[in-house]
Design a protein around this ligand. Structure first.
Ligand SMILES: Nc1ncnc2c1ncn2[C@@H]1O[C@H](COP(=O)(O)OP(=O)(O)OP(=O)(O)O)[C@@H](O)[C@H]1O
Length: 340
């Protein structure tokens, strides 16, 4: 378990010595063992600072960083180095050694710790396979694609068998398809090795694909925290709503509706989990006697949870339409009347 208690961070301008930037303001956070925890926020929100607190690459101005009951802020340099070995990290720009091959990059942390050659070879072999780079083991970073470079970064981060993997915008430099393959690799690593993954991103798509919980960071504070499914369906803070709107716009093919005169209001209906596959809408309208037209529909997944969204207009008696919406809500669907 990772515990951040009362964390604040002020950066002091080295020139003036008086000007301060407050990057984090009173952060309290628990990250559970084995979960994939996402932190999302706009540029300058404080995400990198917060992530780097977890391995004390940044020291808090006040507060404690407690990992598995050990307060890292109280450790000596040597003790901290030992703890850090169990916290792997991957980066947006991969940070590979350009003059070393794939295998040598992965072996690097093991060589530093003076493992035997047999041990290093065995571990490198295992990791090359895990990240799917069997055909590229003797290549140099300049001969690899972005996705392949990130696979090397991941393998290197796993070399010391960490309990925690920190991901600093790990997919931001990648195209959508490669992003997806790297996210699926992280998910597999989390599942097969049980490693806790903490990632920062400015893309809700990343959170939706693999995270269990999410914290929304704004101006150095956590403004929203919860299970990804709950936060997606019931966002409270304006910043969260903006991030979700961006992803909805990307999924949305209904812009042709804007400005169109529709016979009735548009209703967005969200189905979650098993509900996605049940004929709840058709059963309900049969019972209430209204008809509907589908304006747009998507089916997707939040990590393992399937969900569907339909944009519909209902036709019929106003009271019957109201009754339909109530019945849909009573059956557990999320129903939202929206303007077109
Ligand atoms: N070393 C530093 N010295 C001074 N100010 C800093 C330093 N690092 C970060 N800051 C400031 O702290 C605030 C938070 O920065 P941080 O990099 O944590 O945000 P972020 O959410 O990760 O942004 P981005 O997505 O752009 O990387 C910003 O105002 C930034 O300018």
């Amino acid at each position: 378990m990772i515990l951040l208690e009362g964390i604040t961070k002020k950066y002091v301008d080295p020139k003036s010595k008086t000007q301060e930037t407050v990057a984090l303001r009173g952060i309290d956070l628990q990250i559970k063992q084995g979960e994939i925890f996402g932190m999302i926020g706009h540029s300058g929100a404080g995400k990198s600072t917060l992530l780097r607190m977890i391995n004390l690459l940044e020291r808090p101005t006040t507060g404690k960083v407690i990992i598995n009951d050990v307060d890292l802020t109280s450790l000596s340099h040597k003790e901290l180095q030992d703890k850090r070995r169990k916290i792997g990290m991957i980066f947006q720009h991969f940070n590979l050694l350009s003059s070393a091959t794939v295998e040598q990059n992965i072996a690097f942390p093991l060589k530093l710790k003076k493992h035997s050659m047999d041990e290093i070879n065995r571990k490198v072999e295992e990791l090359v396979k895990l990240v799917g780079l069997e055909d590229h083991r003797t290549k140099y970073p300049s001969q690899l694609s972005g996705g392949q470079k990130q696979r090397v970064g991941i393998a290197r981060a796993l070399a010391a068998d960490p309990d925690i993997l920190l991901c600093d915008e790990a997919t931001s430099a990648l195209d959508p398809q490669t992003t997806n393959s790297i996210l699926q690799l992280l998910l597999e690593i989390n599942r097969t090795l049980g490693i806790t993954i903490v990632l920062i991103t400015h893309e809700m798509q990343v959170i939706r694909s693999i995270c269990d919980r999410v914290a929304v960071i704004n101006s150095g504070e956590i403004v929203e925290l919860g299970n990804v499914v709950d936060v997606f369906l019931h966002p409270m803070h304006q910043v969260t709503k903006q991030f979700i709107q961006e992803i909805a716009d990307a999924d949305d093919h209904s812009s042709f509706l804007k400005g169109t005169e529709l016979p009735n209001e548009l209703v967005r209906i969200t189905f979650l989990g098993e509900q996605t596959y049940y004929p709840i809408l058709s059963e309900t309208v049969q019972a209430t006697g209204v008809t509907f037209a589908i304006m747009q529909g998507t089916i997707s997944k939040m990590k393992d949870t399937p969900y569907g969204q339909l944009l519909v207009t209902f036709q019929g008696d106003q009271l019957a339409i109201k009754d339909t919406l109530t019945q849909l809500q009573n059956r557990g669907l999320h129903v939202e009347v929206i303007a077109c």
